[in-house]
Ligand binder design. Structure first.
Ligand code: UD1
Length: 420
């Protein structure tokens, strides 16, 4: 067990490179199950979730080779155990992403029940409804979901609500289905598009990814490719907020600013200057007066739920007040009680939080409850008077590559301390 200790009050300045997106890397790794050869994947972030997906694939029979240049070669052609184990699904819900590929390639999958998690119930009923409509037989008990399909058929399916991994699972399940599958009300997230582009580079015929209607024409096989995973827009957004909250000047390289549009608009409304070039973004907050700003989370291109906690931390020290509405997950305000320990003035009612700005936060001992909540505590710690100690940081290591190294490079003072 480890914790982070942050000495607040440093103004961040400088530039860093953004890492690859775990939410692109995870479905792309799962999609290796569909390929008739090995695939080379670059720009995968060094994160616990990525290692968990590799461990899951390996437990089913995938060969994994780490190349010196950082690329990972994945060969899932010899998969023979068609099961996502409980101990792995329990640590990472995105393990359910192997379901679509297993059914498409092997006609069978046994997936441990994912259950709820800290941020909500997170059922996978849409994934299962789609597979059932495609002709799969689905049974479940309190431990596992069993899916079997001799032959999948093309369907027209409309998601009752937008689901990122649901869209990805059904897209992957359809790649070999003879005829044309049409998915409606799909998630438009850039990571869905990255997965579709990866599959198309292997020979799949997927159109419309990135829009709400995706069509998939079945192909017989998928071949080898070399793919660079998309940048992590949530990591980039978190470091932009780090620049903003410390009234610093921070540039983030290796990104596509257009994918951060909604966050950029919110930050500009809050009073920050943002400069975008083709592959980088810079925030200059040195002269900014922070104004609190209302926002609501929504599926892409709306404001990302994965940035809600971080922008809330920034609003905590703004002028005025902000109404923050969480519309994607039902229990995504667990950072509120920890931010309050640091002096934030936040009240909660159902899925709304009202933040009244205070001049500064105070360092405290706080506990991370989930990945993005923990990022908001790090941001608050960067400005908190005195020192902030953050416990349970295994949550942050699931989604941020070398967070203290990157922030320290910008001038922060963060150490990682082992706990006895
Ligand atoms: C993905 C992201 C996660 C992000 C989320 C929303 C990955 C690995 N994770 O999670 O970081 O926070 O999108 O942007 O990409 N729902 C159902 N039934 C379903 C599926 C979803 O009711 O079958 C509900 C969920 O409970 C939630 C909402 O739909 O309230 C959106 O969830 P979804 O988009 O599926 O999130 P994930 O794909 O799990």
């Amino acid at each position: 067990m480890e914790r982070l200790i942050i000495k607040g009050g440093k103004q961040l300045q400088g530039e860093i490179n953004c890492s690859g997106a775990k939410n692109s890397g995870l479905p792309i790794l799962a999609a290796s199950i569909l390929i008739d050869d090995s695939v080379l994947i670059g720009n995968l972030p060094h994160l616990k979730d990525i290692s968990t997906m590799l461990e899951l694939l390996n437990s089913m029979g995938t060969d994994i080779c780490f190349h010196e240049n950082g690329d990972i070669e994945v060969d899932s052609t010899k998969i023979h155990i068609l099961e996502a184990r409980y101990d792995l699904v329990k640590t990472m819900r995105a393990s359910v992403l192997v379901m679509g590929p297993l059914v498409a390639r092997h006609g069978k999958a046994k997936i441990s029940q994912p259950g709820g998690c800290n941020i909500g119930a997170r059922p996978i009923n849409f994934h299962l409804q789609g597979l059932e409509k495609m002709g799969a037989q689905i049974k479940s008990d309190n431990k596992f979901i069993y899916i079997e399909a001799k032959k999948l058929i093309p369907i027209q399916f409309e998601f009752p609500n937008v689901s990122v991994t649901g869209t990805e699972n059904l897209m992957m399940a359809s790649v070999f289905v003879e005829g044309k599958t049409t998915l409606k009300n799909c998630a438009k997230e850039p990571e869905v598009e990255d997965l579709a582009n990866f599959l198309n580079s292997c020979g799949a015929k997927i159109e419309g990814a990135g829009s709400s209607v995706i069509t998939i024409e079945g192909v017989e096989t998928l071949k080898k490719t070399h793919w660079e995973v998309l940048f992590d827009r949530i990591e980039a957004g978190t470091y932009l907020v780090a620049g903003a909250i410390t009234k610093g000047k921070v540039r983030i390289n290796k990104i596509i600013p257009e994918k951060l549009k909604c966050l950029i608009i919110s930050l500009e409304k809050m009073g920050f200057k943002i400069f975008c070039s083709k592959n980088s973004i810079e925030i200059d907050a040195r002269q900014s007066t922070i104004k609190c700003q209302d926002f609501s989370t929504d599926p892409y291109p709306g404001f990302p739920t994965d940035m809600q906690a971080q922008l809330m931390a920034l609003n905590c020290i703004g002028e005025g007040s902000a109404l923050i509405t969480e519309q994607v997950f039902e229990n995504r305000f667990q950072h509120v009680k920890e931010l309050r320990k640091m002096g934030a003035n936040i009240t909660l009612e159902k899925n709304h939080a009202v933040v009244k700005g205070v001049p500064n936060l105070v360092g405290s001992e706080v506990t991370a409850s989930d990945l993005r909540a923990s990022a908001s505590l790090v941001l608050a710690g960067l400005i908190g008077k005195n020192r902030t100690k953050i416990n349970e940081i295994h949550h942050i290591d699931r989604g941020y590559e070398c967070i203290e190294e990157k922030l320290n490079k910008l001038g922060a003072e963060i150490i990682r301390e082992p706990l006895a």
